[in-house]
Design a protein around this ligand. Structure first.
Ligand code: SF4
Ligand code: SF4
Length: 439
């Protein structure tokens, strides 16, 4: 009955970005930061400090086996090496630093001037030491049995000047406000990876200036103001002309994808100006007439970020890290925030899924799906424990973009069932999926 009622009820509209403050607001240092040391499937760091050590902003406090580093984003004393829940609801080891008044390391203490031009190896060492290892150097999943797996050379670099979630404005604000630096950075990437195709995605609202400004430096791809038109894996597929299966990293296919903010941080490190200590994030949603974008020290708590703008966690029913479609709702404002781009606030009653509602076979989910999988069939097979049958329908092609769940009138937990199917029930493995065509 509830499903039928929902059918005639009004579905909440997909979040739209209507207005925003273009000024990026600088947030001061918190009294304490927490730096997680593990990013599942990507990289794990080992502390190189111990409890009681004094550190200065800009100093490396942890390193991976390949020399990538985590940088202290405030000066202070290491008060704990512990474990915390990250915004992705994963438990990870972490370093906690309590602020003191020590000055930050200045660029001269951190670097010996700009990295030598034309020396890719020196550039890579510099970037790793500055906490801004580029995606063509990620050591996590490519490391097996003590050695690096042979990887193809990078043929394509894609800079996302527009983020997937339409409520996240970090990349486009930076691309717009730091055009000269962005252009110089794109040129620099070209020299670091000679012969690679350099692509830049930007909002189609930038067309009136971006063509002229970045022409000859990067191949421009304009994206519409819709979530569906910005799904990263789909955008990458359109640029490449083929889909990279979700179970494989872009790196496996000689592709590097990074966002505009990371590109600019990378250039700051190469130029000997700064290590990676700060991050931008757009806050949108309930009670905010205009979305705001802030820049905060990495490892700040969600509470510190909200309070800096006069907002309180307790005023919202959901605080969703990253965005309304793919984000993760937080259960505490103590969560440390590092590499996340958005915060979407929701107030009022939220009951997004009805776990017992039956599928009414309306087909909306399959029509919405960008990878054309039989969403409703897979879901029902998983629901009734027919995993082997579900295998034949390519569930591993799912991006977990959430479009199917958004249009489902029965409000079924579609993405959760797919996630369960792909990640948990098959021993954490995704199966082989033959990439299909691209419309
Ligand atoms: S989340 Fe739904 S719409 Fe998105 S790719 Fe997966 S099945 Fe398709
Ligand atoms: S799961 Fe798909 S087919 Fe079933 S009710 Fe929801 S949208 Fe319709």
């Amino acid at each position: 009955m509830k499903a039928l009622l929902n059918l005639i009820g009004k579905k909440p509209a997909m979040a739209e970005m209507v207005d925003y403050d273009p000024v990026i607001r600088e947030i001061g240092d918190p009294d304490q930061i927490t730096l997680p040391l593990e990013y599942t499937g990507q990289v794990r760091y080992t502390p190189i400090v111990t409890v009681g050590d004094r550190v200065r902003k800009g100093q490396a406090v942890a390193t991976s086996r390949y020399g990538n580093t985590v940088i202290a984003s405030i000066s202070g004393m290491v008060s704990a090496i512990t474990s915390v829940w990250t915004p992705q609801s994963v438990h990870a080891p972490a370093i906690v630093i309590d602020k003191d008044e020590s000055p930050p390391l200045n660029p001269e203490e951190l670097f010996t001037g700009p990295a030598p031009a034309g020396d890719s190896e020196a550039a890579l060492l510099r970037l790793r030491a500055a906490g801004v290892a580029p995606p063509w150097a990620l050591p996590g999943r490519e490391w097996e049995e003590g050695k690096m797996i042979e990887l193809p050379r990078i043929e394509t670099v894609i800079i996302t000047g527009v983020r997937q979630e339409i409520t996240v404005l970090t990349s486009q604000l930076l691309a717009d406000q730091q055009r000269d630096k962005a252009a110089a950075a794109l040129t620099r990437i070209g020299t670091l990876l000679p012969g690679a195709r350099i692509c830049l995605t930007v909002p189609d609202t930038f067309k009136h200036w971006a063509d002229a400004f970045f022409a000859g430096i990067a191949e421009l791809h304009y994206l519409p103001p819709s979530y569906r038109g910005r799904i990263e894996r789909e955008v990458v597929a359109k640029i490449l002309g083929y889909r990279i299966p979700n179970r494989l990293s872009y790196r496996d296919h000689g592709v590097a994808v990074l966002d505009m903010e990371y590109l600019l941080a990378l250039i700051d490190a190469l130029d000997g100006k700064a290590a990676l200590t700060h991050k931008c994030m757009t806050i949108s949603g309930a009670g905010l007439p205009r979305a705001i974008t802030v820049r905060f020290p990495l490892g700040s708590s969600l509470r510190h970020i909200l309070n800096s703008q006069g907002l309180r966690f307790s005023d919202y029913t959901r605080s969703v890290i990253d965005g309304p479609m793919k984000g993760v709702a937080q259960f505490t404002d103590q969560t440390p925030i590092t590499h996340y781009n958005g915060l979407h606030l929701i107030s009022g009653d939220v009951a997004p899924f009805d776990p017992i509602a039956p599928c009414i076979n309306c087909g909306r989910c399959t029509r919405a799906c960008p990878v054309d999988i039989q969403v409703h069939l897979i879901n029902r097979m998983v629901e009734f424990d027919q995993i082997e049958a579900a295998r034949g329908l390519s569930p591993e092609a799912c991006h977990e973009c959430g479009l199917c769940a958004h249009v489902c009138p029965a409000q079924r937990p579609i993405v959760q069932l797919l996630h369960f199917c792909n990640r948990d029930m098959i021993h954490g493995e995704r199966y082989t999926w033959t990439p299909g065509g691209i419309s």
